[in-house]
Ligand binder design. Structure first.
Ligand code: NDP
Ligand code: BG6
Length: 513
């Protein structure tokens, strides 16, 4: 019996062995991730994707075994790609130690393969190179399509032929624009699904990766003071504002086919709106969140022409410098009516938001660069202190401002007594200023999104039914604007945009914040 007992005990794993087995991580030990940036010679790859990948590496967030391949038609050697990439890499300001060493280590993991986007043969060559790096490990492959939309499908077709074989995963990040309207978007989705399952497609909207957009749900659902006020009962209007202080410089060719409504409103601002207005999801699971976002989008009224103002920037001379008009760009057709500015009033026909205007404003070549969510609350009923504000009661209402960028902040405008013997009120801010409160640098949106795609987290990516619902809201008005050849209101480069935006807001008794 003792012999049997000893044999049995020696075959039972020790606590350490059990712990080791439990911590076995397939990502860490047995598998490898190959990231292929398709369109690696382009602007987005240089500006955002490679720097984000480096930042993830620097933070120790990439798996132990990974390889990055750039793929594009341009002829480049590995050394030339590394040289190009190295110019845009930066280290976290708060942790500069070993920066050069880390950059070298990172660049050694970057390679390049030149090929056509529609060539099976060229992708097969890439596949061969990927396999050499992957060795006998389980291969997981991520393709980032950083190319113009007209070549998405041919690239997906060829890239899917160099998908991971066996038990590894293959995922494809697709950059916007996802079509120009409902029909072209549906056609794109249908074509993508010939080669990929929906759960392999990661449609990126980089605004969902911005820190303060991610924080929206935390603000709403983990603070008792906000959620009870988050409805038509207390909120008068919500404003979603995007502005840039530069024009379409260098991207006029792309932009002219899309315009500001498709470039910013239908995706970035609408995604923020959906997160802002959705009901509490069942859980933080990606599908539960996306289900709630779809419900909000499907409860919205398609945008009406009378609820839209469009504008286009014209040239402007200031301090001896002449800033160009949109149509001065050589890649923009003369006489183009494409809007570089738009303001719109949208409505959600559900019990929570009935009658509350959601005003959007987006423009290029304006006086500043910023992205904000402004929530204007109703007047205090029977407010004893109304007289302090005379007839201008708007001045007395609370306003919550979420400054997405730059200089991230959340502040609440409240009425406050000016210290002193008299009784005078003013509006002061309860202010959370990120730079003052948090010393750690805020990661770029692309870092978060790339990491999520590697980890298979879909919460911040757009599902196809969300996309359909988003296009359904904007397609009719976009068609009408084009068919009726609506002339945009011209505004000087660097100004606050067309005055029409104020008339639109005034129609709904709103003043832009
Ligand atoms: P680019 O115009 O720089 O194109 C990327 C690469 O694609 C180019 O370097 C070029 O590489 C190849 N390419 C360009 N035009 C063609 C063409 N007509 N036919 C075949 N290949 C072509 O694009 P971006 O890097 O600016 O953007 C990539 C994607 O990301 C686009 O879908 C864009 O809409 C989207 N996007 C871009 C943003 C940005 O800030 N740049 C922001 C948000 C989204 P090669 O000639 O070497 O093959
Ligand atoms: C992109 C648009 O999606 O977002 C660009 O195509 C715009 O026109 C850009 O400039 C703005 O992004 P960010 O992160 O700089 O605000």
């Amino acid at each position: 019996f003792k012999k049997l007992k000893d044999e049995f005990l020696s075959s039972v794993p020790s606590t350490e062995e059990i712990k080791e087995a439990a911590s076995f991580d397939v990502n860490k030990d047995e598998s490898t991730v190959s990231i292929t940036v398709v369109g690696a010679s382009g602007d987005l790859a240089k500006k955002k994707i490679f720097p984000a990948l480096f930042a993830l590496y620097y933070e120790g967030c990439l798996p132990e075994h990974f390889t990055i391949f750039g793929y594009a038609r341009s002829k480049m050697t590995d050394a030339e790609l590394r040289n190009m990439v190295s110019k845009t890499l930066t280290c976290r300001i708060d942790k500069r130690e070993n920066c050069d060493e880390k950059m070298d280590q990172f660049l050694k993991r970057c390679f390049y393969h030149s090929g056509q986007y529609g060539s099976q043969e060229n992708f097969a060559e890439l596949d061969k190179k990927l396999k050499e790096h992957e060795g006998a490990r389980v291969s997981n492959r991520l393709f980032y399509l950083s190319i113009p939309p007209n070549i998405f499908i041919e690239a997906v077709k060829c890239a899917s032929s160099s998908a991971s074989s066996g038990i590894g995963w293959t995922r494809v990040i697709v950059e916007k624009p996802f079509g120009r309207d409902s029909d072209s978007s549906a056609a794109l989705t249908k074509a993508l699904k010939q080669y990929l399952d929906e759960d392999q497609i990661f449609r990126i909207d980089h605004y969902l990766g911005k820190e303060l957009v991610e924080n929206l749900s935390v603000l709403r659902f983990s603070n008792l003071i906000f959620e009870p006020l988050w409805s038509r009962q207390y909120i008068r209007n919500v404003q979603l504002i995007f502005s840039e202080d530069f024009g379409t410089e260098g991207r006029g060719g792309y932009f002219d086919n899309y315009g500001i409504i498709r470039d910013i409103m239908q995706n970035h601002l609408l995604q923020i709106l959906a997160l802002f207005a959705m009901e509490t999801p069942v859980s933080l699971d990606a599908e539960d969140i996306r289900n709630e976002k779809v419900k909000v989008l499907r409860s919205m009224r398609p945008l009406q022409l009378e609820d839209v103002v469009v504008g286009q920037y014209k040239n402007h001379t200031k301090g001896g410098v002449t800033y160009p008009a949109y149509t001065d760009d050589n890649t923009v057709p003369k006489g183009s009516l494409t809007p570089t500015f738009a303001a719109a009033a949208l409505f959600i026909d559900n019990a929570r938001w009935d009658g509350v205007p959601f005003l959007m404003k987006a423009g290029k070549a304006l006086h500043n660069k910023s992205a904000e969510i402004r929530v204007q609350f109703r007047h205090v009923p029977g407010n004893l202190y109304n007289r302090n504000f005379g007839t201008d009661l708007d001045r007395a209402t609370n306003e919550l401002v979420i400054r997405v960028q730059p200089d991230e902040a959340i502040y609440l405008k409240i009425n406050n007594k000016v210290p002193g013997l008299g009784m005078r009120l003013d509006r002061s801010n309860l202010h959370l200023h990120y730079a003052a409160r948090y010393s750690k640098e805020i990661p770029d949106a692309y870092e978060r999104l790339l990491l999520d795609a590697i980890e298979g987290e879909r919460r911040l990516f757009i599902r196809s039914d969300e996309l359909d619902a988003a296009w359904a809201l904007f397609t009719p008005v976009l068609k009408e604007l084009e068919e009726k050849k609506i002339i945009p209101e011209y505004y000087p480069y660097g100004s606050r945009g067309p005055v029409g935006a104020h008339y639109l807001a005034a129609r709904y008794k709103v003043r832009w914040g």
